[in-house]
Design a protein around this ligand. Structure first.
Ligand code: ZN
Length: 421
C-alpha cells in the first residue's frame, strides 16, 4: 500500500483532541518516519491570553436503551460520536433530557457531525439524523467515561537543518487535534511528514522546521516556547485540507506580498491553483500572522474549510481523499520551496545587445526553429537581469516555470554571462 495512505489509515481511528493519549499515539506514528522531538506544556500554564487546558481522555461513551439494554450510540463505533472534551457523566435520562446533548445534521441524515466543547464544561453525542430518529422515547442510560485532569499538552517538532544558519528557516505546521477526519487534517500531517523525510535526504540552504500541534493553543504554546527561533523564521506555511477535491488554494499572509506569497503565486499559476487573500479566520495562520509575532504565514489547502459539505462531518473519511491529491500537493510544495531555495538576483555581464549564445554552445545552432523554452529562459534572464530584478520576477514576466529559469541562470553564470548581485 502507498505509505502516505497507510499512515492516514493508522491515524484515522485514533481519538485525538487538544490533549490526551490520542495525540501522543498519533505523534508516535508520525515519529516512525521522521525523528520527532516531543514537547509538553502542563495544564494550567498561561500562554499569552490563553491557558493550557486540563488533559482529556475518553475511555468509553455510549447511550443505551434502558429497557432493552441495546446500545444506540457508541464511541467505539466512531470517534466523532462523542463531543470532544465532554465532561464525565453517568445517569438515566428521558428523551427530553437527552435532547439538548444530541447533535445531528437533518440535511445530511447519514453523516455524523464533529463538535467540540473545549472551554464550556458540557457533554454531548453526535449521531446521524437516522440514528436520532430511531432512538425511541427512552429512558436512556448515558455513560460518558472520560477524564479531565491536570496533565499536559503534547506537540511534536523536528528541525531539518539547512546548509546555512544565516539563510533562516521555513516553519511548516499542521494541526493534530481533529479525530477521525481525513482531509482535516490527516492530509496535512501526512504530507508534512513526507516533506520532512524527503528534505532530510537532500541538501538545501534553508532550515525546515516541522511542528505538529493542536490548533490555536498548540501553536501559541510553540510560539511561547521558541522566542529564540522566531527571529530566524523567514516563512511559515500552514498545511491542511490537501484532499477532498478542487485545485490547490493558497491563502496569502497578512502582508500579502511576503516572499512565500510570491513563490506560491508563481507555482500555483503554473499548476492551475487559486489564490485568496488573508482573513483573520481559519487555521493557525491566525496565530503566526498576529501583530505581536508578525510572521508571514501562508496556508495551503484545496477547497477551504467550510466551503465543502463534508467539512467537519463523518463524510470527511479516507475515501474523501485520493493519493493523487496528496502527491500533487507534495509536488506543489516542493516547487514552492524550490523557489525559496533558488531565488536570486543577477546582473548581465554582456548588456550591449544580445550575447552570441550559439558560439558558447547555449543556443540551437540551426537557425529558424522556434526557440525552445530553455532558450527563452536564457533570453529572458539576459534581457532582464539588471541587478535588481530577481529570477522569480523574470519567470513571472516570462510566464515560464521558475525551475527552468533557475537552471538557465546556472548555465549563464557558468558561461560568464550573468553574475550574482
Ligand atoms: Zn477543522
Amino acid at each position: 500500500m502507498d505509505p502516505l495512505r497507510e499512515r492516514m489509515e493508522r491515524l484515522y481511528p485514533l481519538c485525538r483532541s487538544l490533549t490526551g493519549d490520542g495525540v501522543r499515539e498519533s505523534l508516535a506514528i508520525l515519529a516512525e518516519t521522521v525523528p520527532l522531538e516531543l514537547r509538553t506544556a502542563a495544564s494550567g500554564t498561561p500562554v499569552f491570553d490563553w491557558t493550557v487546558p486540563p488533559e482529556w481522555n475518553a475511555r468509553a461513551a455510549r447511550i443505551t436503551d434502558a429497557a432493552t439494554g441495546r446500545v444506540l450510540v457508541d464511541l467505539a463505533d466512531h470517534t466523532l460520536h462523542l463531543v470532544s472534551y465532554s465532561v464525565p457523566f453517568r445517569g438515566r435520562l428521558s428523551r427530553a433530557e437527552l435532547e439538548p446533548h444530541l447533535h445531528s445534521l437533518p440535511d445530511r441524515p447519514d453523516w455524523i457531525p464533529y463538535r467540540t466543547s473545549y472551554y464550556a464544561r458540557d457533554w454531548g453525542f453526535c449521531l446521524t439524523q437516522r440514528q436520532r430518529d430511531a432512538l425511541g422515547e427512552g429512558p436512556f442510560d448515558v455513560d460518558v467515561d472520560t477524564s479531565l485532569a491536570p496533565g499536559e499538552l503534547t506537540y511534536g517538532e523536528l528541525l531539518v537543518p539547512g546548509a546555512s544558519v544565516e539563510a533562516g528557516e521555513v516553519l511548516v505546521t499542521s494541526h493534530l487535534c481533529h479525530p477521525s477526519l481525513a482531509n482535516d487534517n490527516l492530509t496535512g500531517l501526512t504530507v508534512a511528514v513526507e516533506l520532512a523525510r524527503r528534505l532530510a535526504e537532500r541538501p538545501h540552504r534553508l532550515g525546515y522546521r516541522f511542528v505538529f500541534a493542536p490548533g490555536t493553543i498548540g501553536s501559541l504554546v510553540w510560539l511561547r516556547d521558541h522566542p529564540d527561533v522566531l527571529p530566524r523564521l523567514r516563512h511559515v506555511l500552514v498545511l491542511t485540507g490537501l484532499g477532498g477535491g478542487g485545485p490547490l488554494v493558497y491563502k496569502r499572509s497578512r502582508p500579502g506580498d511576503a516572499p512565500l506569497d510570491l513563490a506560491a503565486a508563481h507555482v500555483l499559476r503554473h499548476r492551475g491553483g487559486r489564490l485568496i487573500d488573508y482573513a483573520p479566520y481559519g487555521y493557525d495562520e491566525r496565530q503566526f500572522n498576529a501583530l505581536g509575532f508578525g510572521l508571514p504565514a501562508g496556508r495551503l489547502t484545496r477547497t477551504p474549510h467550510g466551503e465543502y459539505p463534508e467539512y467537519h462531518t463523518s463524510a470527511d473519511d479516507l475515501g474523501f481523499v485520493t493519493d493523487e491529491e496528496l502527491y500533487d500537493a507534495l509536488a506543489a510544495i516542493e516547487e514552492i520551496f524550490g523557489v525559496l531555495e533558488g531565488e536570486a538576483t543577477y546582473r548581465a555581464l554582456q548588456p550591449y545587445g544580445e550575447p552570441q549564445l550559439g558560439r558558447r554552445g547555449l543556443y540551437p545552432a540551426v537557425g529558424g526553429r522556434t526557440a525552445s523554452e530553455a532558450s527563452m529562459a536564457m533570453l529572458w534572464l539576459l534581457a532582464c537581469s539588471d541587478g535588481g530584478t530577481s529570477v522569480r520576477e523574470i519567470a513571472d514576466r516570462a510566464g515560464l516555470p521558475f525551475a527552468l529559469l533557475r537552471r538557465a541562470a546556472d548555465d549563464l553564470v557558468g558561461a560568464e554571462l550573468l553574475a550574482p548581485v
